[in-house]
Ligand binder design. Structure first.
Ligand code: SF4
Length: 364
């Protein structure tokens, strides 16, 4: 850090004071419970605060402790996560809770090495939980903190490049306030999230502007270099909403291939990735799935429903749902047959919800 060592205490004081007065009132602030902090950090990965808030509250009501989470069935955990996306987070959280119960007496481990062995816990999450819950001296580095540091030092280039990321990590560790590592880490993240934002940073309100090189050079808004986005890939998925006379539908899990991955390996309608002839390819898929021809009522056929768009990272997906009325749902090992209107009782992804919504609006 080029900031002179004698200035660092004042730098700490200013940023910590600003954080004390200006921080957003969030439910995971002010707690030292490692489970609550850990849960918030996992939910906040790739996800906005506003989206996380209702999930966080609901999750804690149902699983108030690591022990309660560890004892739950995976399906219960996924159901509470449904709609938040990136479901591997929920699966890892659940596996880690079981490990904590089995190997650490139900308490998030204090040692960095032990924390890093937990599923889904990387350097960032471990540093956040250990510093905030236990006051351990580990600096966090996420996108927000990296941006603040890159601007303070006027560093060009892609901060995610491995060498530069390691350099930023050393800067973050050098700058850590040793007497308040948890508050310090949160203050740096808060600065990046609220004032030192990617576009149009609000340097006029920044408590550390006097030490910021990018601000002094008038290049704050140009740093750091934006990452080159991966070119989007377009995919079309055809899905069949089978519906019997009682309003029951059929959902499956873990279908092989791209379609299964796009539904996060949760309960989904039978679906397949298609090229042009969606109806024909879906018909073939259903025939292969059920081991016979389509189980339609006589005269019934696949009725196209309103298509929906869905994005998962770089993939732009067009969902082409079809409705198929059947006298009786076919038997399929491992499948479930919920009422279409009660699909939400199962863990399903947002893509599946969109397909269900297209079907129910057709029936209304
Ligand atoms: Fe970020 Fe501006 Fe503060 Fe520098 S002065 S840290 S660019 S908000």
């Amino acid at each position: 850090m080029k900031l002179p060592a004698r200035k660092i205490p004042e730098f700490h004081r200013r940023l910590l004071n600003w954080f004390r007065c200006s921080r957003r009132d969030l439910p995971w602030r002010g707690t030292k419970d490692p489970y609550r902090i850990w849960l918030s950090e996992i939910m906040l990965q790739q996800t906005r605060v506003a989206a996380v808030l209702p999930y966080y509250r609901r999750f804690l009501r149902r699983f108030p402790t690591v022990r309660a989470l560890a004892r739950a069935r995976t399906e219960q955990v996924l159901r509470l996560w449904a709609g938040l996306g990136y479901y591997s987070r929920a699966r890892n959280l659940h596996r880690a809770a079981r490990e904590i119960l089995a190997r650490h007496r139900g308490r998030f481990p204090r040692a960095l090495d032990a924390a890093l062995e937990l599923p889904g816990v990387g350097r960032y999450t471990a540093a956040a939980v250990l510093s905030i819950a236990y006051g351990s001296p580990y600096a966090v580095l996420d996108g927000n903190v990296a941006r603040v540091l890159a601007r303070l030092e006027a560093l060009g280039g892609d901060p995610r490049a491995p060498q530069r990321w390691n350099h930023l990590h050393s800067l973050a560790q050098d700058l850590l306030a040793p007497h308040a590592p948890g508050h310090w880490n949160q203050a740096m993240m808060e600065l990046g999230a609220t004032l030192c934002t990617p576009r149009a940073p609000r340097c006029d309100a920044c408590p550390v502007a006097r030490w910021c090189r990018a601000y002094q050079l008038g290049i704050a808004g140009k740093l750091p270099l934006a990452r080159r986005k991966r070119a989007p890939v377009q995919i079309r998925i055809a899905a069949a909403v089978l519906l019997d006379r009682r309003g029951r539908t059929l959902v499956v899990k873990d279908s092989a291939g791209d379609a299964g991955a796009l539904f996060s390996r949760m309960w989904q309608f039978p679906a397949v990735k298609v090229s042009r002839r969606a109806e024909e390819e879906l018909t073939q898929h259903l025939g292969a799935l059920f081991g016979r021809a389509l189980p339609s009522e006589e005269g019934n056929h696949l009725v196209p429903l309103v298509a929906a768009r869905h994005s998962v990272t770089f993939r732009e997906i067009i969902l082409s749902p079809f409705l198929l009325r059947v006298a009786r749902l076919p038997e399929l090992e491992g499948a479930r047959t919920p009422l279409l209107t009660e699909l939400d009782r199962l863990p399903v992804s947002n893509a599946t919800r969109k397909i269900a919504a297209a079907a129910t609006s057709q029936l209304a």
